[in-house]
Design a protein around this ligand. Structure first.
Ligand code: ADP
Ligand code: MG
Length: 227
């Protein structure tokens, strides 16, 4: 038996504000093997983004353990952790977070630029991913020249460019019309499946959630498997 790619063990998150403690997550535990995908649904404010940030090594849990590829990223020092995040985790956000002054290819290569000039292999992979998401003819366009669905597809390509172990998507189709949302969802599911990447998608879309292997709901601070 190989280790799970991702393990969350008894995660608890408390936000301390000047006036009160907000307990957002309590006893959240689950694990995922390579190539598995999971949808997380739940009402606004239930802690979905908080959970993705904890899993994505962006914000430590108050207690509990995250293991990615057998390693606890919160045991690493800041530099090691930033590098770990960049190499192992791909993020996709609702509002894409593309840099406005950079073109489609440059935005896709962003994770690779953190460690210097991208290799020819990574550049080729970026172009291939952009071709895959239907944007090959748009490589030198700026984000402002794209539709919302196209921008989100660039964000999908960017998240995948370094072949991460885990892709985390936070309401990736939330701002899109139905047709664009379906396109983005299809691409988002396909490539990780082929490359054995763990995929977690926070979504309000029942049709996207229905296409995923497992569905969990965040409710009352707990993560519960739903049908
Ligand atoms: P969701 O993504 O499900 O809408 P979030 O994870 O963004 O929920 O937020 C969960 C709860 O935690 C909300 O009540 C929110 O106000 C609170 N929260 C989120 N981030 C912070 C923070 N940095 N400080 C204090 N409270 C926060
Ligand atoms: Mg959120």
């Amino acid at each position: 038996m190989t280790n799970p790619t991702l393990e969350a063990i008894e995660l608890r998150k408390i936000y301390q504000t000047p006036t009160e403690e907000i307990v957002v997550l309590e006893s959240v535990s689950f694990s995922m093997n390579a190539g598995e995908n999971l949808a997380i649904v739940g009402p606004s404010g239930s802690g979905k983004s908080t959970l993705l940030q904890i899993l994505g090594t962006l914000d430590a849990p108050t207690s509990g353990t995250v293991r990615i590829g057998g390693q606890d990223p919160y045991q690493l020092n800041d530099n090691q952790q930033a590098r770990f995040r960049n190499e192992r985790i791909g993020f996709i956000f609702q509002d894409h977070h593309l840099l406005p002054q950079w073109n489609v290819l440059e935005n896709t290569l962003l994770p690779a630029l953190a460690t210097g000039k991208p290799s020819i292999e990574i550049r080729n992979r970026a172009v291939a991913l952009l071709e895959r998401v239907g944007l090959k003819h748009r490589l030198s366009h700026l984000p402002s020249q794209l539709s919302g669905g196209e921008r989100e597809r660039v964000a999908v390509a960017r998240a995948l460019v370094l072949k991460p172990m885990i892709v985390l998507a936070d309401e990736p189709t939330g701002n899109l019309d139905q047709q664009s949302a379906e396109n983005v969802a299809r691409l988002l599911l396909e490539v990780p499946k082929e490359e054995n990447t763990v995929l977690i998608v926070v979504t309000h879309s029942t049709s996207l959630a229905a296409q995923m292997q497992k569905r969990y709901e965040l409710y009352n601070r707990q993560l519960i498997q739903v049908a």
